[in-house]
Design a protein around this ligand. Structure first.
Ligand code: HEC
Length: 129
């Protein structure tokens, strides 16, 4: 009897843990949707399709499976050499966003347009700064 009870408690603890982390992921995606609207939408658009010849579509599962590239692009943006010297800012660096906001944006775009949600830890974002 006692034994059954402790197994029951053990199982309950496990499933509570799983529920909490699912909720955490959902919260992160929610924050990501807001942060995307504030910082990415004006170029990549709310539907992620971007704008032909100007802003690439983010609705690209192969791109959204590339975690290091996503962290790198959001933190440091993209620039290209100009023909007459100097650099042209194609996508501005967004390193002013917090580690959590960057993790949230990546969770949001991968969950919405990728094959599976990618949850990047805040430590991983910090390490890429
Ligand atoms: C001012 C416009 C602008 C904003 C704001 C912007 N981007 Fe971009 N983004 C671009 C452009 C332009 C490129 C393509 C750069 C290039 O040609 O390499 C790009 C490229 C990317 C890529 C790589 C696409 C690929 O095919 O390699 C990703 C991912 C991306 N942006 C995500 C984001 C996210 C997430 C945000 C918000 C946090 C954001 N961008 C904000 C303009 C923008």
């Amino acid at each position: 009897m006692k034994r059954t009870l402790s197994i029951g408690i053990l199982l309950a603890t496990f499933s509570l843990g799983a529920v909490a982390s699912e909720q955490e992921t959902r919260d992160l995606i929610g924050l990501g949707a807001l942060t995307f609207a504030d910082n990415c939408k004006k170029c990549h658009k709310i539907d992620g399709y971007g704008e032909e010849a100007l802003y690439p579509s983010l609705r690209n599962p192969a791109l959204l499976a590339n975690k290091p590239l996503l962290i790198e692009t959001v933190l440091h943006g993209r620039s290209a050499p100009r023909r007459n010297g100097g650099e042209e800012d194609l996508m501005p660096p967004l390193e002013f966003l917090t580690d959590r906001e960057i993790s949230a944006i990546i969770a949001f775009i991968t969950n919405t347009w990728g094959d599976e949600v990618i949850v990047v830890s805040e430590e991983e974002v910090k390490a890429a700064r």
